[in-house]
Design a protein around this ligand. Structure first.
Ligand SMILES: Nc1ncnc2c1ncn2[C@@H]1O[C@H](COP(=O)(O)OP(=O)(O)OP(=O)(O)O)[C@@H](O)[C@H]1O
Length: 390
């Protein structure tokens, strides 16, 4: 059985002034694939090609086993649903009549039409407006109607082009929960969104475009994206010793803003944040606020930049037959990086030790198996506690 629902091979679409491609990527069955990129990068062109709205292109595109260039290309659409924001401002019909007609066009089993229309109108809170003319619907209501159109066919593959646009946060949240449910049921989701942060935890594969070119395809692990946090303090912060503390930990500190007394740091494992708290306890530095910065295209491009730098370093080393001083230095750097990755793999074991330490933090028994720095931190607290009691 074919594991890929969609395949793009050497795909190129040329417009008068723009070229999209060459693109090579696959969408795996049962996974959530996000097509991401800045405005104008080519996301909609890719999606329009998937659904057959663009058919004149170079290369090969297969959807659900059907080549998009062959005579039977349209048959792929029976197995997929598609969402895009539609404009219903000229529709005189009421929503029930419209949806029932559309169910027939979409090939929904006749016996289930009434039940499905009723279910989805209820789900998107449009039942009370069921007999209004669609042209009188607000933008948000029209958007919910577009969503019903993409869900009512109930297919295993769903393509969503900016499903959150024009929806308020509570509807976006409801839509997100629906996608989680689809994902848990093994459905294939292809999604584009400018609010990456809202869907980032659902994404299995990233297809990242930049100015029509494919700049990345792969998993979250391949992307190695660090989550960024901003921490605010009451008073001046000793950034230098903080940076020293971070060496050997899987945390990067980006900058210290002296004006607002804030630091930005990043990590690819949320567990690592515990080190920061341990440091702050040691330094008795109270925090004012901690904010997780949203994932956006900048974070993704930054992760790609970091990955590219790393790749360049590796290539450089292997291209130099006789290692010079610079290459040796790079080799040393890479060795350190590899060591760090090993440490990351051992993180769970480290974490267990760390939590054990916290459990023991009543200081009634000796603390074993703990790094001396962290031991010192806890000892300091113990001293302070005792001083207070005296
Ligand atoms: N029919 C068309 N004729 C000419 N150029 C087009 C056509 N469709 C798309 N393009 C061009 O292709 C490029 C990619 O457009 P596309 O709509 O795919 O961007 P996008 O990534 O979906 O952007 P957004 O996030 O703003 O929707 C743009 O430069 C656009 O002008």
């Amino acid at each position: 059985m074919e594991n890929y629902v969609i395949e793009f091979k050497n795909y190129v679409k040329k417009f008068k002034n723009t070229k999209i491609g060459p693109l090579n990527f696959q969408v795996e069955k049962g996974k959530t694939t996000a097509i991401l990129g800045a405005s104008g990068s080519g996301k909609s062109v890719v999606i329009k090609t998937m659904i057959g709205a663009i058919s004149n292109f170079d290369g090969e595109v297969k959807v659900c086993g059907y080549s998009k260039k062959k005579r039977k290309a349209h048959l792929a659409n029976k197995d997929i649903s598609f969402y895009t924001q539609m404009d219903f401002s000229l529709y005189e019909m009421n929503v029930v009549t419209y949806l029932k007609n559309m169910c027939i066009v979409l090939g929904v089993n006749k016996k289930s039409i009434n039940h499905k229309v009723d279910y989805w109108l209820d789900f998107f809170d449009l039942k009370k407006d069921a007999h209004k003319k669609i042209k009188n619907f607000s933008w948000g209501m029209q958007n919910r109607l577009s969503l019903i159109l993409s869900l009512i066919k109930d297919t295993d593959v769903i393509i969503l082009d900016e499903p959150g646009a024009n929806l308020d946060s509570s509807w976006r949240n409801k839509m997100r929960n629906l996608l989680i449910d689809y994902k848990n049921r093994g459905r294939t989701i292809i999604i584009t969104s400018h609010n990456i942060d809202e869907i980032n935890d659902l994404i299995d594969y990233y297809v990242v475009l930049e100015k029509g070119k494919l700049v990345f395809t792969g998993t979250k692990l391949d992307l190695n994206m660090y989550a960024k946090y901003k921490m605010y303090f009451y008073e001046k912060f000793d950034y230098e010793s903080f940076q020293k503390f971070l060496s050997g930990k899987n945390i990067k500190a980006f900058k210290y803003d002296e004006l607002e007394n804030s630091i930005v740091f990043a990590t690819n494992s949320t567990k690592e944040i515990n080190w920061i708290f341990l440091y702050l306890i040691k330094e008795t530095t109270p925090i004012l606020n901690l904010v997780k910065l949203p994932v956006n295209m900048d974070s993704i491009y930054k992760a790609l930049e970091d990955n590219n730098d790393y790749q360049k370093e590796v290539t450089q080393i292997f291209q130099n037959a006789v290692p010079d001083k610079k290459s040796l230095k790079l080799a040393e750097k890479l060795e350190k990086k590899a060591k760090k990755e090993m440490e990351q793999q051992n993180l769970e074991i480290e974490d267990k030790k760390y939590y054990k330490t916290l459990e023991n933090s009543n200081f009634s028994k000796p603390i074993e198996n703990i790094e001396s720095k962290e031991l010192n931190a806890l000892e300091d607290i113990k001293d302070k506690k005792e001083a207070n009691n005296n």
